[in-house]
Design a protein around this ligand. Structure first.
Ligand code: SD4
Length: 328
């Protein structure tokens, strides 16, 4: 369901929690992998209502695949989805009309790879994984990242769809650059998964803020900001105004808070509160965090109502509305 529609239809209470089972029949929740009663894994969760992405990740996990493959293949579903105008192909361009993509991936060993300001490549997360596995580096950007992708066999494609081009041309008439993302204007996918062995991985991928200044990079490809995984503790990922997430190193902060004993829910709440403490007079922006701990417990928190996350495990496939700092 489109988020705008979700907001309209939602009967979210201030308590903020009710579960919407995804279309999937209960058959999809089959029993190849059985968690013990104290744990809830395998599991995949992702920002927003991307049920096709979590379904793909679950397919990998349920076939005894590892969490790294699950998160990569899961977020690739949205990278290829031309109707998602904040990720991959079909993403909204910067103010000059260039679609520039940011992504990162992190595994159970703490290995990580990232690309930023990458153009003309459909799956930045896959390039990020190549950076992680086939180079001594963590992050490649711009032309260097693009060249690297071609060397690894990725094809050059036009990321700007007619729909995004039309909207950009319309925007150009006024060229009103608003660095604040409207809360209706972002759908970055960050995904966290635990496989049958209890190992955690994460991935995050985006085209960033619509009509951003050329060269701008947000939190999504920054390890610690848009994504962080510590296989001993848990993982977190973010969506929303990247500048604010970077300022608090949001995902790292949340994992560290879990290390100190907070639940994923408590840690996400504290992460948002830290951001709001630095923005006393500014509330017109959205950020959503999701987190998972080693047991497969999950949590989320956001600034404004409307953020949801998907969860797929033996317990079912749900779209879970997040509680928020600002109540409706
Ligand atoms: C960014 N965090 O580039 C991303 C934007 C986002 O959904 O989350 N969009 O700042």
């Amino acid at each position: 369901m489109k988020r705008r529609k979700f907001l309209k239809n939602s009967t979210l209470t201030t308590a903020g929690i009710f579960f919407t089972p995804f279309l999937a029949s209960s058959k999809e929740i089959n029993t190849k992998t059985k968690p013990s009663s104290a744990t809830n894994f395998p599991i995949a969760i992702c920002t927003w209502n991307f049920g096709n992405a979590t379904a793909k990740a679950w397919e990998v996990l349920n076939a005894n695949g590892n969490s790294l493959d699950a998160v990569q293949q899961g977020v690739m579903v949205e990278e290829a989805n031309i109707n998602n105008q904040t990720v991959g192909v079909g993403g909204r361009p910067d103010r000059d009309g260039n679609v520039t993509l940011d992504a990162c991936i992190m595994d159970k060993e703490g290995n990580c790879g990232a690309v930023a300001y990458l153009q003309n490549i459909a799956s930045p997360v896959s390039v990020a994984r190549k950076v992680m596995e086939e180079t001594p580096h963590v992050m490649l950007v711009g032309k260097g990242a693009e060249q690297f992708a071609y060397e690894k066999g990725f094809k050059k494609i036009n990321l700007l769809t007619e729909k995004s081009k039309k909207q950009w041309l319309e925007w150009r008439k006024k060229s009103e650059y608003k660095p604040i993302i409207n809360i209706e204007n972002h759908d970055t996918i960050g995904m966290l998964a635990i496989d049958k062995d209890g190992d955690i991985s994460g991935a995050c991928t985006t085209s960033g803020m619509a009509y951003k200044i050329g060269g701008r990079v947000g939190d999504s490809p920054i390890i610690g900001a848009g994504l962080f995984v510590d296989n001993e503790i848990g993982a977190a990922t973010a969506t929303g105004v990247g500048e604010e997430v970077i300022r608090t190193v949001g995902s790292f902060l949340i994992v560290e808070l879990m290390r100190q004993g907070k639940t994923p829910q408590q840690a996400c709440e504290e992460g948002v509160k830290r951001i709001m403490a630095k923005n006393k007079d500014k509330t017109d922006f959205q950020i959503g965090f999701i987190a998972i701990n080693k047991k497969g417990e999950t949590g989320s928190y956001c600034i404004h109502p409307g953020f949801t996350y998907r969860s797929y495990s033996q317990k079912g496939h749900y779209n879970i509305p997040s509680d928020s700092y600002i109540k409706r």
